[in-house]
Design a binder for this molecule. Structure first.
Ligand code: F0G
Length: 349
């Protein structure tokens, strides 16, 4: 029977009998072998970890379930977060399921409409702050320091505890860790969490190798790559439009300890990778999730990935979250009167 993250990885998480059994049956997402992109790049073992199949459509649910359960254990009734969209959807959903209040603060006009609609439908109080994500995060951190609200951003260590379970799942599925783990980097919580997960499994003898951690930022929002805060981050990938990541150090530690790298890709590369992924694998991921594929394509073409290596690309969020960003890059539908002859002619059958 399917179970959520708290149950599946109970002994690896900071929970006990006092922790409420929160679950939307998150986690246990598919690790799909590449049918076409891997062979085209000369990579024998390429996989996609499809985190967009979580209950609210992104990896955030893994961490949110732990953060919410621990907040409830500590008596909280109100959750608060800043978000580029996915965290707000996840916080709102878990709050709804536990009858808690959720307050989500998003940068005004900067998040994908479908993510906003999720937060609103789940019944969160949505505040659109004039400013960017970094300012929204600073604001909610200050709020949580002075008022009785539980902060559920990834600065909350329970979020990272939950998110590390994705690394466990990959090892459990492959029988070992991959050689490369490629993922997007925004606020940098996820790369920090994966590295923690792989290290814990390695220490416990569950995997022999440790992966090289390869992070992708968008060129206009690449503070870690440039080594300095980006005041006005810009990219089509709104989920990772972040100029001053909270887990900056966690990301550079993961990169350096693993012998990996963090590099930037352009918006054009991201959108090309998104179309490539959808049209050649049948996997539709949001733009931020396609940044790592764009980086992998570049590295493979430069011959920097060994053909026999095992590579996992983490598709962090579902493509349906942000269709507007994608639709500029495909042919619009043809409009016709409904008759078979006209249809056949238009299709050149
Ligand atoms: N991919 C997606 C789809 C995201 O929503 C995010 C972050 C990331 C990647 C980057 O992960 O921040 O751990 O490095 N979204 C956050 C949010 C910031 O508010 O939803 P990270």
């Amino acid at each position: 029977m399917r179970v959520g993250v708290l149950e599946r990885y109970r002994e690896w998480l900071p929970v006990d009998e006092r922790t409420p059994p929160v679950s939307l049956l998150e986690g246990s997402t598919p690790l799909v072998p590449s049918r076409n992109i891997g062979p085209a790049l000369g990579l024998e073992r390429l996989y996609f970890k499809c985190e967009g199949l979580n209950p609210t459509g992104s990896f955030k649910d893994r961490g949110m379930v732990v953060a919410v359960a621990k907040a409830m254990e500590e008596g909280a009734r109100v959750l608060v977060c800043a978000s580029t969209g996915n965290t707000s959807a996840s916080a709102a959903a878990y709050a709804a399921s536990q009858r808690l209040r959720a307050i989500v603060v998003v940068p005004a006009g900067e998040i994908a409409m479908n993510k906003l609609s999720q937060a609103l439908m789940y019944g969160a109080k949505v505040v659109a702050l004039r400013g960017n994500f970094d300012e929204a995060l600073r604001t909610v951190r200050e709020l949580a320091a002075h008022y009785p609200v539980a902060l559920v951003n990834s600065v909350n260590p329970y979020r990272l505890e939950g998110q590390k379970t994705a690394a466990f799942e990959i090892v459990d599925a492959l029988g070992d860790a991959p050689d490369y783990l490629v993922l997007p980097v925004g606020n940098a919580g996820n790369i920090t969490a994966y590295w923690k997960g792989f290290r814990e499994y390695h220490q416990a003898g569950r995997c022999r190798v440790l992966p090289r951690m390869v992070g992708a930022q968008a060129e206009g929002a690449a503070p870690i790559v440039q080594g300095r805060v980006v005041e006005q981050p810009r990219t089509v990938a709104s989920a990772i439009r972040i100029g001053n990541p909270a887990s900056w150090e966690g990301a550079t530690t993961a990169r350096d300890q693993s012998g990996g790298l963090i590099d930037a890709v352009t918006d054009t590369e991201i959108l090309q990778a998104q179309v490539l992924l959808a049209s050649s694998e049948g996997l539709f991921a949001e733009p931020a999730s396609c940044a790592p594929l764009a980086l992998l394509v570049r590295l493979a073409r430069q011959g920097r990935i060994d053909a026999q290596s095992t590579t996992v690309v983490v598709l962090t969020g579902n493509g349906l979250k942000d269709p507007d960003a994608a639709l500029g890059n495909v042919e619009p539908p043809v409009e016709l009167d409904g008759d078979a002859r006209a249809l056949a002619k238009a299709l050149k059958l």
